[in-house]
Design a protein around this ligand. Structure first.
Ligand code: ATP
Ligand code: MG
Length: 327
């Protein structure tokens, strides 16, 4: 018997919250492989997949909050100031006296692949843990979004697993962006927790390879069918410059062509996409309308350098949809 699937909780139940790394991103200004020689860099930019996600939720007018940890330094202040200014509840961001804010150095290769140097585990971000402020935010939340990257932080896993219980007990919903990064798959606890989140997710937001890894299958249609059968309510597959597709129960598949834009910096597209899709759904839009707005949010983000520099308001998305041709 297939499990019953559940709908996403409406905006009125409480804010969308997430848990995980706040980082600064420092980017190589040239294309090439890695960081083995001196080179020119640009940054710091506010970053961290959960932070980009939650900033995009807030910019669209959704209730938004994050459980995180930064250092008592400019990298931390740069991030917290941006999130607060964009309307994110920053009350559950701890400020560590002992650990610096996390960072990610990124360089693009000619084929578009990325090399990273992360400082997360031994930064303030790696110190995320249950706190009274985090519990207070979780108890008010209507939806928990889980970013796969955050699962590499042991204390964040504790917060996420307890938040799943609390949010679901009050009728809230859960989404998962697998966001698997080879550099972050560090211990067996990550995969165990990942499977637990897959087991309760109401919405899954994978990209292609992540869909296969999540389902343990290598054929798209079979992987989607298996995950829907397991009880996931909706699956939105991100296809980069090929756009995205929606799969749900009792609804036909919906394909959405990408907008034709010049890609300047793809980092953050998936996070903005997921935030826009979820926020539109929580505000009552149909899957089709949410998918269109999500495609617009992803496309708009890649036209700006810096992962959080291209987040969009609803008005900006509406204008972008009206004026931008599709691929
Ligand atoms: P990441 O995890 O690196 O942020 P992702 O793999 O999760 O990214 P992508 O598929 O790269 O997600 O991008 C998400 C969405 O953003 C796509 O489904 C598409 O709608 C939009 N998008 C991304 N890149 C482009 C592009 N070059 N042109 C137009 N739209 C794009
Ligand atoms: Mg992603």
């Amino acid at each position: 018997m297939p499990l019953p699937h559940r709908a996403l909780a409406p905006e009125a139940l409480g804010p969308t919250i997430t848990v995980g790394e706040i980082l600064v991103e420092i980017m190589a200004t040239t294309v090439g492989a890695g960081f083995l020689e001196p080179q020119s860099l640009i940054g710091p930019y506010p970053s961290g997949a959960p932070a980009i996600f939650v900033d995009q939720v807030a910019r669209m007018g959704g209730g938004a909050g994050i459980v995180a940890s930064v250092g008592d330094d400019d990298f931390g202040r740069l991030n917290v100031d941006r999130l607060r200014a964009d309307g994110v509840d920053v009350s559950a961001i701890a400020v560590s006296k002992d650990w610096p804010t996390g960072s990610a150095f990124v360089r693009y290769r000619p084929d578009g692949a990325r090399d990273f140097v992360f400082n997360i585990a031994r930064s303030a971000a790696g110190r995320i843990r249950p706190t009274p402020a985090a519990e207070d935010l979780v108890r008010r939340a209507g939806h928990l979004h889980v970013m796969g990257t955050a699962l590499s932080i042991p204390g964040a896993r504790d917060v996420i697993l307890s938040a799943i219980e609390i949010v679901r007990a009050r009728g809230g919903s859960v989404s998962l962006d697998p966001n698997l990064r080879k550099e972050l798959l560090t211990d067996s606890g990550v995969l165990e927790c990942f499977d637990q989140v897959v087991g309760v997710a109401d919405l899954l937001l994978p990209s292609g390879e992540e869909l296969f890894a999540t389902a343990g299958l290598t054929d798209e249609a079979t992987a989607i069918a298996k995950l829907l059968e397991s009880g996931i309510g909706e699956i939105v597959l991100k296809r980069g410059e090929q756009g995205a597709s929606f799969f749900g129960h009792g609804l036909p598949r919906i394909d959405c062509a990408a907008f034709a834009v010049d890609e300047v910096d793809p980092t953050g597209a998936g996070d903005c996409f997921g935030a826009a899709y979820l926020t539109c759904r929580r505000k009552g839009m149909t899957p089709e309308a949410a998918l269109l707005h999500a495609n617009a949010a992803g496309a708009r983000n890649v036209t700006r350098r810096g992962p959080m520099e291209g987040v969009s308001t609803l008005a900006e998305l509406t204008a972008f949809i009206a004026e931008t041709p599709r691929r």
